[in-house]
Design a protein around this ligand. Structure first.
Ligand code: NG1
Ligand code: ZN
Length: 533
């Protein structure tokens, strides 16, 4: 009865039809209280089932300030188990409080969730959106309505909360301070191992998207000031700066291939820049190239940089090092030139999955070092438990200095790089540390391979679900004839590639095209968009 009573305070808005989607619920904020309350219930039940803490983050990531949403962190710190996504959608859409109670009952039976103890614990956080506090309250009420405990961690980035869930369940120190200390310690070690001759770190412009990441980057920077690391934060969200994700942030910069508000090309001549998204789980880099143009270094470039570094360390460990499997996981949006460089330049295994980091993560954990980044900058580097244990053993043995360095570098990487989910703050440190170790400029990094020109378009259609795909979304299965028509457009285009897929987060169909020449990529995208219309 108490669940129903509590749920009555959060009635469903008329006509609501909401889906858990690729990375949680997302909508205009005023429509969300009932959904957030019910997701609180769900996260509590998942905690009770597993006897471990789960997490909730109130955020709509790179979407406009008026939107909000909620993401669930599973006990391992990753995203909600996929089997539970349908349950999340069912609870959110149950038309009445009675129907909600019934859906909860069914879920409890199906999943074998104990009725009593353990009651469950949920860690809660939110980004800086004005609608955040009220929605956090709704989540708290949902968690409490099924007798679970909430630990409100306040304003955090999405990856910070995921990191805390993972650490808590591993019985490790799990406060925000511990998070910063762990990342910073790994970075310090990597810099130390870069040796005495390394040039000082160049200042890095960081576009905080006017979101939660800005203040967190400042804190991380303060902790590492003595290393020479200097973040110059723009779009910090302070009074006088712009609005969240408006004309700035990783999504804007990646899609527009242009500098964010508050950053000029001139400034980029003096050093590189990086943009975070609204909840700081994505990061992309950029600089001003020799011709004076804006040049993006996206998630593919980060993956290549990380993969080359990891690979080199394992090679330095000889036959024993080489037996560990390194794999890079990409989506269809990965630039063809990046895939080619990984496979043929670095001779690494490349796997391809559908869009959405949860799919990439699932494949990445099957490797000893799994590197995954979406082109949009969302990703991480995961080291397997077996590899980490071996590295710990190796670190205690005497050995050649190069060997020791390689072992320590890989161990340090596992601390610097968030092992739960993709994390923009980790991404900043990873890139700075690898560039320093290699004594590379942004231009050196960028020169590893040249992106094929590409173009992305959005097409609004009456019903995007008529498009279904196969082969990691690179082939259209329905409607009949669509794939043949796309093939006909691509035929004859030098290095041409194009695909369409329904977005999992917006009511649009996305079109992607790449080709040897910029004009060809653009016209290929336009032609394919015309077919979809
Ligand atoms: P959709 O809307 O399904 O394309 C977008 C991004 C994904 C992922 C999710 C979740 C692109 C092309 N797609 O998904 O990579 O980040 O949002 O945030 O960038
Ligand atoms: Zn995000």
């Amino acid at each position: 009865a108490s669940l129903e009573q509590a749920a009555n305070l959060y009635p469903i808005p008329p006509g609501l039809a909401i889906d858990y989607g690729t990375a949680g619920f997302r909508a205009e904020a005023s429509t969300l209280p009932s959904t957030v309350f019910r997701t609180g219930v769900l996260a509590a039940l998942r905690s009770r089932q597993t006897g471990a803490v789960t997490g909730l983050v109130i955020t709509a990531s790179h979407n406009p300030e008026g939107d909000n949403g909620i993401k669930v962190a599973d006990p391992n710190g990753g995203m909600l188990l996929r089997d539970w996504e349908a349950a999340a959608t069912a609870l959110a859409n149950a038309p009445t409080s009675e129907a909600l109670a019934e859906a909860v009952q069914q879920l409890a039976v199906r999943e074998g969730i104990p009725a009593q103890a353990p009651s469950g614990t949920v860690l809660l956080a939110r980004d800086t959106r004005p609608s955040g506090p009220a929605l956090a309250h709704a989540a708290t009420q949902g968690i409490a309505a099924v007798g679970a405990t909430v630990e409100d961690r306040g304003v955090l980035t999405t990856p910070q909360l995921h990191w805390m869930v993972r650490a808590t369940n591993r019985a490790e120190a799990a406060t925000e301070q511990d998070y910063f200390r762990t990342l910073a310690a790994g970075f310090r070690e990597l810099l130390l191992l870069a040796g005495a001759g390394r040039p000082p770190l160049a200042p890095l412009l960081v576009d905080g998207a006017n979101g939660v990441g800005a203040a967190k980057v400042e804190r991380l920077g303060a902790l590492l000031a003595d290393t020479g690391l200097a973040f110059r934060v723009r779009n910090s969200g302070q009074p006088g700066e712009g609005r969240l994700n408006a004309g700035c942030g990783a999504d804007f910069v990646q899609k527009e291939q242009a500098p964010p508000a508050g950053v000029t090309l001139d400034e980029l001549r003096a050093g590189r820049g990086a943009s975070l998204d609204g909840d700081a789980d994505r990061v992309v880099f950029y600089h001003c190239d020799e011709e004076g143009g804006f040049k993006l270094l996206d998630g593919d470039k980060i993956a290549v940089l990380a993969a080359g570094f990891v690979n080199e360390q394992l090679q330095a460990l000889g036959d024993e090092g080489r037996r560990w499997r390194v794999g890079v996981v990409q989506t269809a949006y990965a630039n063809g030139a990046a895939t080619d460089y990984l496979r043929n330049g670095l001779q690494l295994e490349v796997a391809r999955t559908a869009t959405g980091v949860k799919y990439l993560h699932e494949v990445a954990v099957q490797f000893d070092v799994g590197i995954y980044f979406e082109a949009n900058g969302h990703g991480t580097v995961l080291l397997s438990a077996a590899l980490l244990e071996w590295l710990h053993q190796q670190s205690k043995l005497e050995g050649a200095p190069e060997r020791h360095t390689a072992v320590r570098r890989l161990l340090a990487l596992a601390g610097t790089v968030n092992q739960a989910v993709g994390d923009a703050l980790s991404g900043l440190l990873l890139v700075e540390a690898v560039l320093a170790s290699r004594r590379w400029s942004t231009a050196d990094w960028d020169a590893l391979y040249t992106d094929l020109p590409s173009r992305q378009l959005k097409v609004t259609v009456h019903d995007r679900s008529v498009i279904t795909t196969s082969h990691a979304e690179t082939r259209a299965v329905t409607p009949a004839g669509l794939q043949d028509a796309i093939d006909a457009c691509v035929a004859g285009v030098s290095q041409g590639r194009a695909f369409v897929r329904p977005s999992g987060t917006e009511n649009v169909v996305r079109v992607y095209a790449e080709a040897a020449m910029r004009e060809q990529a653009a016209s290929l995208a336009n032609e394919v968009a015309r077919i979809v219309h």
